[in-house]
Design a binder for this molecule. Structure first.
Ligand code: F6P
Length: 324
């Protein structure tokens, strides 16, 4: 293998840069040329590439975002765009491609595999919604960012005896909300994976208030079917407590990556290059019980979510609520 390329696609996540650096360093050690494709699959269509030598990636590992940027490319989903991307891979002499991204990016990667390209997928999304792996890159940092924000905001809510409802990112996956809720001991949690209603949230809060809580916290996920403004309105009107609703938003995609995300990015970066060097293709990388592994990229989309109801029950136990 003489020439590899890397691209990031979909929503960015923390530690994409740490991963890119590990890929570049491993390529350097093995005398492989590395190209960065700017702005994901769209950059491949536009032939927007740049060299990524060891010096180009110095000190990028602590920075969120992606130095080669990312995008969602509708054009890549057209036959014309896809063929242009294939042509550019060929014309640039790229023998192996590493794709860092989430579900949509993996779909694109699978199409390239089916067209004969050697591709390795690295799960990069704060959402943690690639269910074949326990963790995806960025999730740990996103939760840390959410926990920090909730912790800070809770202080002012406490001083004012206010209730607060936080909405976390995660698309259809409630993992960021769940982990955040447990870490901050939220009084109530609303995620898509567990059936929940406004009357139940009101009951949870009433219960906490009966135990002396004066500034109850609700955490909900972006995928929850409940409307945050409605939840806020109902808490305020039914429990006569001033209530605020806060969408945590993009703060969850920023910030310095945690050691854990950096470590994951480094380990997956090294493995991805090693696999390509062995002429392997069609592999998605993952982690389970602290061991990294590779598994067929073509198969990972069928793996179903195993939502951590045990963690929901930990939270309920804290507040003397019956388990689900
Ligand atoms: O997939 C990552 C993510 O941050 C989701 O949690 C969120 O729903 C979405 O991307 C936001 O996308 P955009 O950056 O296009 O607003």
């Amino acid at each position: 293998m003489r020439k590899i390329a890397v691209l990031c696609s979909g929503g960015d996540c923390q530690a994409m840069n740490a991963c890119i650096k590990a890929i570049a360093d491993t390529c350097h050690s093995n005398k492989i040329e590395l190209l960065g494709i700017n702005r994901g699959y769209q950059g491949l269509i536009d032939n927007d590439l740049r060299p990524l030598r060891k010096l180009d990636v110095a000190n990028i590992e602590t920075v969120a975002g992606a130095i080669i940027k990312t995008s969602r490319s509708p054009e890549f989903m057209t036959e014309k765009g896809f063929n242009k991307a294939l042509e550019n891979l060929k014309n640039n002499g790229i023998e192996g491609l590493i794709v860092i991204g989430g579900n949509g990016s993996f779909r694109g990667a699978r199409d390239l595999v089916n067209a004969g390209v050697h591709v390795i997928g690295i799960p990069g999304t704060i959402d943690n919604d690639l269910f074949y792996t326990e963790r995806s890159l960025g999730f740990d940092t996103a939760v840390q960012q959410a926990v920090n924000a909730v912790t800070d905001i809770k202080q002012t809510m406490y001083a004012n005896d206010r209730a607060v409802v936080f909405k976390c990112m995660g698309r259809h996956c409630g993992d960021i909300a769940l982990h955040t809720a447990v870490a901050v001991e939220a009084d109530s949690l609303a995620v898509n994976e567990v059936e929940y209603s406004i009357p139940q949230i009101i009951e949870d809060i009433k219960n906490s208030m009966s135990h002396g809580v004066t500034s109850p916290v609700v955490v909900m996920s972006e995928g929850s079917k409940l409307d945050m403004e409605e939840v806020v309105y109902e808490i305020q009107s039914q429990l006569q407590i001033t209530t605020r609703g806060i969408e945590l938003g993009y703060v969850q995609r920023g910030g310095e990556p945690t050691y854990y995300d950096r470590m994951l990015g480094v380990r997956w970066g090294v493995l991805a290059v090693q696999l390509l060097m062995q002429d392997m293709t069609n592999l998605a990388l993952g982690i389970k019980n602290d061991k990294i592994f590779s598994t067929p990229l073509i198969e990972v989309e069928h793996v179903l979510q195993e939502f951590r109801v045990d963690m929901v029950n930990d939270l309920r136990t804290l507040h003397a609520l019956p388990k689900l």
